[in-house]
Design a protein around this ligand. Sequence first.
Ligand SMILES: Cc1ncc(COP(=O)(O)O)c(C=O)c1O
Length: 389
Amino acid sequence: MSRHYDVAAVRRQFPVTERLLYLDSAHQTPLATSVREALLGFYREGSELGGPKPVWLERIEQVRARVAKLLNATPAEIAFTKNTSEGMNIAANALPLTAGDNVLLIEGDHPNNAYAFLNLRRKGVEVRFVPLTGETARAEMFAPHIDARTRAISLSHVTFHAGHRFDIDGIGALCAQKGLYFVIDAMQSIGVVPLDVAKCGASLIGAGCHKGLLVPQGLGILYCRQELDELQPAYLAMSSLAHPPGDYIARADNMTLKRGAGRFEIGNLNLPDIHALDASLTLIESVGQSAIEAHLLDLGDRLIERMDDLGVRLVGPRDRADRSPHIYVLDLPADSWADYLTSRNVRVSPERDGIRISFGLFNTAEDVDRFAQVIAERGTLPVRAGAAA
Ligand SMILES: Cc1ncc(COP(=O)(O)O)c(C=O)c1O
C-alpha cells in the first residue's frame, strides 16, 4: 500500500519479492521483469539479426536524452561511463588543478570519490577532509576550510554508510559564490532522490546505474556542465571529438573536443545495459521520481517508528530533510545479525556502524512490519559493546 502510487503493480515487476524480503537496493538492484526483457531483446537482436548497430547507436542517443531529462540537463551534458569511480576519476583529472591547489572532501565519504582526488597528490594537489558535524553536510561546514587555493568541493549526494542527504543546493550556491568547481557522486541518490543540475549548480556528476536506476553493474553516467570548456579529458578517442575523421585516419590538425560531457566518452559503450536503462527509465517515469521519493520516505518513517518501539537506534539522521528516503542503518552489530537475517530470508547489508536497510520502489509498509517482526522474534537485542542499553 502506498499513498503515492500503485506499489502492488510495481512489485509484480520484481519476482525477487516472492522469495526474499529484499531490503538491499543501496547495494544492488534486483532486476525488474521489464528490464530483464530489454536485456533479452538486445541479446536476441544480436544473435538472430547479427546486431543492427546503427539502430543500437540511435537508441543510445534516445537513452542519453532520457537521462538528461531526469537530471534537467541537456543530452550533450551526459556521457556514458562504466561506473561512479570512472566518473569521479574523469572529474578529478579534468579539473585544471596545479600544485598547491586544494580540494575539499568529507571525512568518511565513499572511498571511490576520495581516491580519485587523493591520486592528485602526485601533482601536488592537497586533499582536505572536512569532518561531518551535525546531522548532515551544509555549506557552513565547508566555509571555514576554504582559502585562496581551494578549487573544488566533491561529495556524495546521499551517503551509503548512514543515509545522510547532503544539502547539495546550499553547497552548490557556496561553490558558485566562491568560484569553486562542484563535483557530486550521485550513486546512491540517482533514481531515488530527484536531482536538478540547474538547481544545485553541479560542475560534474558521476553515478553508476546499478542501484536506483535499476540495471546490472557496468554502466555509469557522467554529467558535465556544457560551458566548462576548460575541462580536459585524460583519455581521448574518436568519440570525444567534435569532428571525428570520416575516413577513420587520425590527424593532429582537427582535434577540437565535443562540448559538454561528450569529450569524456570513449569507444564502444555498454550496449546491453543501455537497453536495460531504457526499460528502467520507463518504469521510473511511469511511477515518477517524486512519488518514489515520497513513498520511500513514508517507509522510512514507519521503520523508525517500529525500531523505536523495539529500542533499536538509527545511526544516521532521523529528520526527513536530512535523510535519504531509502537508506537506514540500524545500530545492530553486523557480525551477530547478518547471518540471522540471512537465515530468515532477509537481504540487507552489513555496514560500518551496523545493519543497513535500503528500500527500492517495490518495497511496502508490510515489508517494514515483517522486518520489525523478524527483529523482534530474535528475542534479546544484542547491543554494541560499549553502547548504552
Ligand atoms: C556513494 C557511492 N559511490 C560510489 C559507489 C560505487 O562506485 P562504483 O560505481 O564505481 O562501483 C557506491 C557503492 O557502490 C556508493 O555508495
